[in-house]
Write a protein that binds this ligand. Structure first.
Ligand code: GSH
Length: 245
């Protein structure tokens, strides 16, 4: 099992085994909840893991996902990162109970998904199937606009929301999955665009990220071997030439 929890795993998470990617938003929620889960593709093939198991599960699901991450729980297969979090969070107190708060959380999570897609497109603006080296010129233009316009616009928006909420949490009065995802987004952007990120004036978001990192289950996870490193295989990639001058 990929967690320190004992007992049979409750959830099966399916995601690419060597990268943080979009799966990391789900891993963080499961870890923060100290949920019993297995990160299936990270298991050895002889234990029913590996990428083949992932592909098979995706193909065989009665209602197939388009792409990982997806989660199996009690006969349900749930795909799309924001949708998975929408499903998991209420089961573990990672979102307030009332409808307005849940809609707000989902709204923010979908906005985070938009940033993630744009961050991906800075290094793969033409085709996800082509090498970065074959789309470097387009990547440079795309990243230029992302760094100059989109990062400040998105982070400015999240900072404003956090301020309106009182500064402690993005939704509600305690830690929610959106806070966890905001931590991950800031980590990813800082890895990929360290120079651009140094220029962002988002003190509340930074403080929130520090609190999330210090939250015991998250701190334990981040220090464990379960937390994969960022790399140039993932969504947030550091290419110095794409970072701001
Ligand atoms: N909107 C989906 C995107 C899923 C997605 O793009 N997954 C990537 C890995 S992060 C993948 O394997 N895509 C395969 C493909 O698009 O063909 C989500 O948020 O879960």
């Amino acid at each position: 099992m990929s967690t320190r929890q004992s007992g049979a795993p409750e959830y099966e998470l399916y995601y690419w085994p060597t990268i943080q990617g979009r799966g990391e938003f789900v891993r963080l929620a499961l870890e923060a909840a100290r949920a019993r889960y297995v990160d299936v593709a990270r298991l050895p093939a002889r234990e029913g893991g590996g990428e083949r198991a992932l592909m098979r599960a995706m193909k065989d699901a009665p209602f197939p996902p388009f792409a990982p991450p997806f989660l199996r729980h009690k006969g349900l297969v749930v795909a799309q990162t924001a949708n998975i979090l929408l499903y998991v969070a209420p089961r573990h107190g990672l979102v307030p109970r009332d409808e307005a708060s849940r809609l707000r959380a989902h709204q923010l999570q979908l906005t985070i998904a938009d940033v993630v897609a744009e961050a991906h497109d800075t290094h793969h603006p033409i085709a996800a199937s082509a090498y970065y080296e074959d789309q470097k010129r387009e990547a440079s233009r795309r990243a230029g606009a992302f760094v100059k316009e989109r990062i400040p616009k998105y982070l400015g928006y999240f900072e404003r929301v956090l301020d309106r909420q009182g500064g402690a949490h993005l939704v509600g009065r305690s830690l929610s999955y959106v806070d966890l995802s905001m931590f991950q987004l800031l980590e990813g952007l800082t890895y990929a665009f360290p120079r651009a990120m140094r220029r962002q004036r988002v003190p509340r978001l930074r403080m929130l990220a520090r609190r999330v990192a210090a939250y015991e289950p998250v701190a334990e996870y981040l220090a464990s071997e379960r937390r994969l490193p960022f790399s140039e295989e993932g969504i947030f990639r550091h290419y110095a030439e794409l970072d701001a001058a």
